[in-house]
Ligand binder design. Structure first.
Ligand code: NAP
Length: 288
């Protein structure tokens, strides 16, 4: 029940109607018996600054930030933690002693989704398709997981090159390399990537028949196909991996683990694996 003591957490985005974050966070509070309510706020880019100041004025505990505000919100915050600073975007803001502190929990969500499956990428090669905001968090996570090499393929090759150079400079490494998406097929023959990650929206509902690559790529059962998309549950990309015997992971786990980590930042409580599995079922039902 909402009372005068209930603490408020928000989400700012535009559009917001399809977000499943309110379901995840309100379920966390319900299962953990925490007196918090999570509320969606549709905020246009023109109103971002006003909305962020209003969050502070209304003594809100914190809020999530998603499309299209993850980068622009940074200029209205007091501090940004190291991970969010390197990734260059914020998806979680905590309001502590009147200060707005920005975090990025996407990389942690991705890492947790692999560790629960006992997938260890240390000294392994990785392939990332896409070089947008999500790919930045993924490349950051792959470096933190000590991958031996990270090949970034993008339709706009220059963008992949910028991301690769940026991460190599930040981490004083030469692990990242960039390629045009057209080179993926050939590269998959030369290099047997341990993990191939689709960090593009290609294959997402309603255009579910699309694959993020045009030419067939070489794949086998030693690999992991990871799609950041979670609607549909099984994209064409994941179906392709499955047909080669590869392990597959969709984006729902990353979404839930990043949410769990954000919830911990605001409340100090973290949902356990049983709660997460239970909530995953509700989320899947909601997506259908
Ligand atoms: P973004 O910043 O807009 O980047 C999109 C990327 O996809 C760019 O590299 C773009 O290439 C590429 N792309 C778009 N359309 C393409 C096409 N038709 N063919 C080939 N490449 C194409 O988007 P984002 O924020 O990174 O999000 C990417 C995906 O990750 C989305 O599906 C999003 O929903 C998902 N995501 C999931 C989670 C999760 O927790 N599961 C979290 C964040 C994001 P160009 O540079 O050439 O345009």
């Amino acid at each position: 029940m909402v009372t005068g003591k209930t603490k408020v957490i928000g989400l700012i985005a535009d559009p917001i109607e399809h977000s499943i974050s309110p379901i995840l966070h309100n379920e966390f509070s319900c299962h953990l018996n925490q007196d918090y309510i999570y509320v969606p706020f549709k905020v246009s880019s023109d109103n971002l600054e006003t909305a962020v100041h209003a969050m502070k004025a209304m003594n809100i505990k914190g809020f999530n930030v998603t499309v299209p505000h993850k980068v622009d919100v940074i200029k209205y915050l007091d501090y940004v933690d190291e991970t969010a600073d390197v990734i260059g975007s914020v998806n979680t803001v905590s309001i502590e002693n009147g200060k707005l502190i920005g975090y990025n929990t996407d990389a942690q969500g991705f890492m947790d989704s692999l560790s629960v499956r006992d997938i260890d990428l240390s000294c392994e090669s990785a392939c990332v398709i896409g070089a947008g905001g999500a790919a930045r968090a993924i490349v950051y996570a792959l470096i933190k997981m000590n991958c031996s090499s990270i090949d970034i393929f993008n339709r706009n090759e220059e963008k992949a090159q910028r991301l690769s150079n940026y991460m190599n400079n930040k981490f004083q490494t030469s692990k990242c390399a960039s390629f045009n998406l057209n080179e993926l097929s050939e590269s998959s023959i030369r290099k047997r990537y341990r993990i191939i990650i689709n960090a593009t929206p290609v294959g997402m509902y309603p255009n579910i028949a699309a694959l993020p690559f045009n030419e067939e790529i070489l794949a086998d059962s030693s690999q992991v196909f990871y799609d950041l998309i979670y609607n549909p549950e099984q994209t064409e990309f994941l179906k392709f991996g499955l047909s080669k015997g590869a392990a597959t992971v969709n984006g729902l786990d990353m979404l839930i683990y990043q949410a769990a980590y954000a919830y911990k930042i605001w409340t100090g409580e973290i949902p356990d694996q049983n709660i997460i599995e239970h909530i995953k079922k509700s989320a899947i039902a909601d997506l259908k």
